[in-house]
Design a protein around this ligand. Structure first.
Ligand SMILES: *Cc1c(COP(=O)(O)O)cnc(C)c1O
Length: 428
């Protein structure tokens, strides 16, 4: 009997297999050759048969790096799916910025310029009420920088109703205390008054912190001062808006925005770039020129600074056409239903039990927790959830009352065909 291990396919023969052509074009010969080498080793070890070499290499190659996923969950900003998808314009800007750029050079004078000044200028233009702006790695970093630069060894006065966990076990109070600032908790979980803050303020106060409840609600016998009421207490007011709207959005009347909070008297507003703003992961700081200057000059600012790719994507998001998140938020339910009907009919033609249904989508990702966005979905058999998740590209839906819903609100209309092809590929 021949030992199968002696029949290990030769590398040249494997690389000539057409199934590897796409991977070769995308990842290059070196990367693919290494995967083939791993597969050949598995044959030698008797883990797979010689006939499985190509598939084994393909498995390894497709498993590498973040993969494109179709978000049919009905959750617009899914942290596990990378939050906001970038607009086409922002993606182009990232591509252009990936080479050598003038990110920190003033071409007019040939001297060092302010890092990312085009992005800063775009942000400042979008919120004229801000004295100055700064951008760091994410909103958590914005809070860390503010706490370190303005309150290290001193107190930050905050309501007990706003000591929040932002997800995956990360808690804002722990984050803030890690900077060496002390938390001075005031009020109760459901009620805090201006007087509670005023009584706690003293010579040791670094600032008052207001945190928007972006992933929870305290309802019933509840009250907490708004930004305007906290602005006149004689110490800086830092307000964490969370979701990143720069201006009010009529679709989300209860969601705070930087322009309104600054006009109401906040000295510094912090927010995420990859939530409702629809841009790259980053932390926005907008506020008084004096405070921003102190943050920017603090040594920690260097450790939290953003990459040129982020700055390019942020500028393009602010100045360019509305990003996918904004379009999804404002999509008309009738149009979503029309798309769901078209898809359901086309899938039924392929022999699948598919039906267009009305559904309810959500903002997610720490924004507008109680807002229900009327939406539409294609309902399929629940058993398809796992196969679709493991398909190419993976499709993530939502299981509801025994059915798999492919909700279209977070799917760009231009991706309906991708969604259709992905479903047909695994179920058709
Ligand atoms: C999301 C959120 C954060 C954390 O922001 P990241 O950009 O993920 O670091 C902090 N505070 C609030 C209120 C949030 O909603």
């Amino acid at each position: 009997m021949t030992d199968p291990r002696r029949l290990i396919p030769r590398t040249d023969a494997v690389l000539a297999d057409l199934r590897l052509a796409e991977a070769l074009a995308r990842l290059g010969r070196g990367r693919v050759k290494a995967a083939v080498g791993d597969a050949q080793r598995r044959v030698r070890q008797g883990v797979i048969t010689p006939a499985q070499v190509v598939e084994s290499a393909l498995d390894e190659l497709t498993g590498s790096g973040p993969r494109r996923v179709v978000n049919a969950t009905g959750v617009l900003l899914h942290t596990n799916l990378g939050r906001a998808p970038l607009s086409r314009t922002a993606i182009e800007a990232v591509r252009a910025a990936a080479g050598t750029t003038d990110v920190e050079l003033d071409l007019a004078t040939g001297r060092r310029g302010r890092r990312g000044r085009a992005a800063m200028a775009a942000l400042a233009r979008a919120v004229p009420g801000a004295g100055d702006v700064h951008v760091v790695n994410n909103n958590a970093a914005a809070l860390v920088l503010a706490a370190t630069a303005l309150a290290q060894g001193r107190e930050i006065v905050v309501s007990r109703g706003e000591l929040v966990e932002i997800g995956d076990g990360f808690r804002l109070p722990d984050l803030i205390v890690s900077t060496g600032a002390r938390l001075r908790e005031v009020g109760t979980t459901n009620r805090t008054s201006v007087a509670d803050y005023a009584e706690a303020i003293g010579p040791d106060t670094g600032f008052v912190l207001k945190v928007h409840p972006s992933n929870y609600r305290i309802e019933g016998f509840a009250a907490t001062p708004d930004v305007g009421e906290l602005a006149g207490l004689g110490v800086p007011l830092v307000a964490d808006a969370g979701s990143g709207l720069l201006r009010p959005d009529p679709a989300l009347p209860d969601e705070p925005d930087a322009a309104t909070w600054l006009a109401a008297g906040a000295d510094l507003v912090t927010a995420s770039g990859d939530k409702l703003l629809g841009g790259p992961q980053c932390g926005l700081l907008l506020g008084s020129a004096g405070l921003i200057d102190r943050l920017r000059r603090h040594p920690l600012a260097r450790a939290l600074r953003v990459d040129k790719l982020t700055l390019a994507a942020l500028e393009a998001t602010i100045e360019g056409p509305p990003p996918p998140t904004t379009l999804a938020l404002h999509a008309e339910p009738v149009e979503l239903l029309a798309r769901a009907r078209t898809l359901a009919v086309r899938l039924a033609d392929k022999g699948l039990a598919a039906e267009a249904v009305a559904s309810v989508a959500r903002v997610g990702g720490g924004g507008a927790p109680c807002v229900e966005l009327p939406s539409a979905a294609v309902a399929l058999d629940e058993s398809l959830a796992a196969v679709l998740r493991l398909g190419e590209p993976p499709v993530l839906g939502r299981v509801e009352r025994g059915r798999l819903l492919l909700d279209l609100r977070a799917v760009a209309p231009s991706d309906d065909q991708v969604l259709f092809d992905a479903v047909v590929a695994v179920c058709g």
